[in-house]
Design a protein around this ligand. Structure first.
Ligand code: ZN
Length: 490
């Protein structure tokens, strides 16, 4: 096989020719969502980035096994050692079984992904279903002397490991700096060193999600699941491991350490990371109140949003930036994407109506190969999109009668849309597919404003009817001071 694709490998810090270990098969693992809350724009970026990679690998002829996990044993997102189980907390708060919480957010994640036209992975393993594999990994690391048991928990011995191997190989962090700057956290005195991380944690009495193990009733450390499940489904050595840049340290650094400490070498050939999304120039975060959920984009119900945005305008907005650059969200930027996307879709609509001429008076040549070239250069989707806009200009010139195209050139244009806009970038025409997400959002808003008016007129029958019937269809209506908010329930 040819090897047209070049990807940036975080591990070697350079672009490399992508050569799979077992052609034509490609094994790809991406860290999926933690399921104790709704998915936000950051989730969408990671899912869309690796969806495009998945689509493109298949497009160029590889057979891809794409594994994307579900983190559902309730760790804290960025500190697996701190011990608070967010799923259990939510379960207690809402009087649900922890697995009910998991299911609710997993369903809602899947629904969001489907709306964003993100293809389902080949395997979607849940951490809670792979406790045995994670215990086996812990046992191996213990047997090789790179972990120790302490008070029923098992910790990875980072200091000992770094005497033999390079801890920091992926993130570029230096172990001595880490030792000097990592402060001791409360309740972590059972660790030999603050940089050590948990492979197994003994459960506190209030901890609901717990499993038996040789060390205690407890739960695996967060980093274990991806090493154990990646190995189970893709083997000891596989091609690609992806995720957001925020996962490079500690999560992926720890995954590498776990692999080397258990099997003697690294599992992953190419590490790929997508950059983050900022909101009006600021980092996205719950505490900043700027973490906008996907359903809020789709409904427009968020103080920072001027309107609702369709899933495809979100997808297009994300793909207009290279995956390794930051993307800054603003209403202005999203509205520009929305306009750009409708120009593309309109031109595509005109394309089928163009009449062929004996000669072309405008250059179409090589648009497909130019798109391929851009994709091969580390998935340069913004360049692909600018090539598609070249196609739009050609189509509009011909439509306005200012140029002619042969049947062959019209076919080339059709192909560039079909292959790159639809198959590879994964865009779809919402106006024809879902009846228009935006129009649908506006229709619900309209119904709620009629209900608001009815309430103002004390016409309770009409007001209740609208509420009840929307609820029966599956909408969740929440009354607020300003009126009412809605979302499509799960
Ligand atoms: Zn992971």
């Amino acid at each position: 096989m040819e090897h047209p694709l070049n990807v940036y490998n975080t591990l070697t810090r350079k672009k490399e020719i992508f050569i799979p270990l077992q052609e034509p098969y490609v094994g790809m693992y991406v860290c999926g969502p933690t399921v104790y809350g709704d998915a936000h724009l950051g989730h969408a970026r990671s899912a869309i980035t690796f969806d495009v990679l998945f689509r493109y690998l298949k497009q160029i002829g590889y057979k891809v096994r794409y594994v994307r996990n579900i983190t559902d044993v309730g760790h804290l997102e960025h500190d697996a050692d701190a011990g608070e189980d967010k799923i259990a907390k939510k379960a207690k708060l809402e009087q649900l079984e922890p697995m009910e919480v998991v299911q609710i957010y997993m369903n809602s994640y899947h629904k969001n992904m489907e709306m964003l036209n993100v293809l389902p992975p080949s395997i979607e393993p849940q951490a809670s279903g792979h406790i045995i594999e994670q215990e086996a990994l812990t046992e191996e690391i213990l047997a090789h002397g790179f972990a120790y048991e302490s008070e029923g928990s098992v910790y990875f011995d980072v200091v000992k490991y770094s005497k033999y191997h390079h801890y920091g190989v992926l993130s570029g962090r230096n172990i001595d700096d880490m030792l000097n700057t990592t402060r001791e956290l409360d309740g972590q005195e059972e660790k030999h060193n603050p940089v050590d991380f948990a492979l197994w944690k003994k459960a506190q009495p209030e901890h609901i999600m717990r499993w038996p193990s040789p060390w205690s009733n407890g739960f695996p450390g967060w980093h274990c699941e991806c090493t154990a499940m990646g190995r189970k489904y893709l083997g000891n050595h596989f091609d690609i491991h992806g995720g957001g840049m925020d996962l490079i340290f500690p999560h992926h650094e720890c995954e590498i350490a776990q692999a080397v400490a258990s099997q003697g070498d690294q599992m992953v050939h190419y590490w790929m990371h997508n950059n983050m999304i900022t909101v009006n120039g600021q980092k996205m975060g719950k505490s900043l109140g700027n973490s906008i959920m996907l359903h809020e984009f789709f409904s427009g119900n968020h103080p920072l949003l001027e309107q609702s945005y369709s899933p495809m305008s979100i997808r297009f907005f994300i793909l207009q930036a290279h995956y390794r650059s930051t993307v800054d969200f603003s209403n202005e930027a999203l509205q520009a994407s929305e306009k750009g996307l409708s120009r593309l879709m309109e031109a595509y609509g005109h394309l089928s109506k163009l009449e062929a001429s004996p000669t072309s008076s405008i250059e179409v040549k090589d648009l497909c190969s130019k798109c391929a070239e851009a994709m091969n250069d580390d998935l340069n989707t913004p360049i692909v999109i600018s090539r598609l806009f070249d196609a739009v200009r050609i189509i509009n010139t011909v439509k306005d009668g200012n140029a002619t195209l042969t049947a062959e050139d019209i076919k080339e244009l059709q192909e560039v849309f079909q292959t790159y806009l639809f198959d590879v970038l994964g865009m779809k025409d919402e106006a024809t597919s879902t009846g228009g997400q935006e129009a649908y959002g506006k229709a619900v808003d309209l119904l709620l404003s009629v209900r608001q008016q009815a309430k103002a007129n004390k016409d309770w029958a009409t007001s209740d009817k609208i509420r009840n019937e929307l609820t029966a269809i599956g909408f969740e209506i929440k009354d607020t001071k300003e009126g009412a908010e809605w979302k499509l329930g799960v």
